[in-house]
Design a protein around this ligand. Structure first.
Ligand SMILES: NC(=O)c1ccc[n+]([C@@H]2O[C@H](COP(=O)([O-])OP(=O)(O)OC[C@H]3O[C@@H](n4cnc5c(N)ncnc54)[C@H](OP(=O)(O)O)[C@@H]3O)[C@@H](O)[C@H]2O)c1
Length: 277
C-alpha cells in the first residue's frame, strides 16, 4: 500500500475500459489503496472476471459488462453500481479506442462508433453518476483524453475529434461544478503501450510503431489516481508535453506543418486507397 492510501480508503470507484491497458491498471492501483469497492466496466466479461479474481481479495469488486456507447446499458450499469455500493466517489471515464485511416477511407459507421464510445460514452456515464455526486456534494470525475485532444493528427480525425470534444465538454462542466463539492480532471497522456494499437487498422500497416517516447500503463495510472483528488483541470503526461501544447497554440503556423508532415509519414497514409462511403 502506498502513501496515498489514506486519500482513497473507503471510496467507491467506477472505471470504464477496465478490461485492458490503462483502465485495468487503474483498477489494480485503486484496489491497492484500500478502497471500499471498484466497479469495473467494459464489454469483455471474461477479461473483467479475470481482473476481479486479481483484486477481489483487497476490495469489493463489481463486474459490469457494458458497452458505454449504449445509453440504456449505461443507465442499468449505473443502477447496479448504486444499488450495490450506495454511492460513487470517483468515476474514471477511460473506455476508448481509435481506428487509423483517412476520413475519406473510414466509413461513417466507424466514425460514429468512435464518437459514440469516446465522447458520448463519457457523457452517458457522467450523466448517470453526476446527480448522486451532487446530492452528496462529493465526488470526482476523471476523464482520460489524450494529447490527441490538443493536436489534430492525420489518420486519426475521428479519434482526435472525440478527444477534443471530451476536453471541451469537461472544461465547460468544470466551470459548472465550481463550489459544488464535485470535481473534474482530464488526464491527457502521450502514447501508452497497451492494446490500443492492436486494432486491425493499425496492424494492417504491418509496421512496428515507434513507441520510443511512449509510457507504460502504470505511469498513466498514477496520474489518474492523482487526478482523482486534484483541483487541476488537466494533467498532461508526461508534464513537459504541456510545452508542446503551448507551442501549438502560440505558433500554430510553425508547429502544425511540422506535426502534419511527421505524422503523415509515420502513419504511412499516402498509400491508402481512397473511396467514398
Ligand atoms: N494507448 C495510447 O497510446 C493512449 C494514449 C492516450 C490516450 N489513450 C486513451 O486511454 C484510454 C484507454 O486506452 P488503452 O490505451 O488502455 O487501450 P486498451 O488497452 O485497448 O483499452 C481500451 C479499453 O476500453 C474498453 N472499451 C472500448 N470500447 C468500449 C465500449 N464501447 N464500451 C466499454 N468499454 C470499451 C476496452 O474493453 P472491451 O474491449 O472489453 O470493451 C478496454 O478495456 C482510451 O480512452 C484511449 O483513447 C490511449
Amino acid at each position: 500500500m502506498t502513501g496515498q492510501q489514506g486519500r482513497h480508503q473507503h471510496k467507491v470507484i467506477v472505471i470504464t475500459g477496465a478490461s485492458s491497458g490503462i483502465g485495468k491498471q487503474v483498477a489494480i492501483d485503486f484496489a491497492k489503496e484500500g478502497v471500499k469497492g471498484v466497479a469495473i466496466v467494459a464489454r469483455n466479461r471474461d477479461r473483467l472476471n479475470e481482473l476481479a479474481m486479481e483484486i477481489q481479495d483487497t476490495c469489493e469488486c463489481l463486474v459490469c459488462p457494458c458497452d458505454v456507447s449504449d445509453k440504456s446499458a449505461v443507465i442499468s450499469m449505473a443502477r447496479n453500481v448504486l444499488d450495490k455500493f450506495g454511492n460513487v466517489d470517483v468515476l474514471v471515464n477511460n473506455a476508448g479506442y481509435g481506428i487509423l485511416g483517412k476520413v475519406q477511407v473510414q466509413s461513417i459507421e466507424e466514425i460514429e462508433s468512435i464518437t459514440a464510445t469516446n465522447y458520448l460514452g463519457m457523457i452517458y456515464c457522467t450523466k448517470a453518476f453526476l446527480s448522486s455526486m451532487l446530492i452528496r456534494k462529493n465526488g470526482h470525475i476523471v476523464n482520460v483524453a489524450s494529447l490527441a485532444a490538443s493536436f489534430g493528427i492525420p489518420g486519426l480525425a475521428a479519434y482526435c475529434g472525440s478527444k477534443f470534444a471530451v476536453l471541451g465538454f469537461s472544461e465547460s462542466l468544470s466551470h459548472e461544478l465550481r463550489g459544488t463539492g464535485v470535481g473534474i480532471t482530464v488526464v491527457s497522456p502521450i502514447g501508452v503501450r497497451t492494446n490500443f494499437l492492436n486494432h486491425p487498422s493499425f496492424k494492417k500497416k504491418n509496421k512496428s510503431w515507434n513507441m520510443r517516447y511512449s509510457l507504460d500503463a502504470t505511469t498513466v495510472s498514477k496520474s489518474v489516481l492523482k487526478a482523482s483528488t486534484s483541483h487541476r483541470f488537466e494533467i498532461v503526461v508526461p508534464f513537459f508535453m504541456r510545452g508542446a501544447i503551448w507551442l501549438k497554440h502560440t505558433i500554430p503556423y510553425i508547429t502544425n506543418p511540422v506535426i502534419g508532415k511527421s505524422f503523415r509519414r509515420m502513419m504511412d497514409l499516402d498509400n491508402d486507397t481512397n473511396h467514398e462511403n
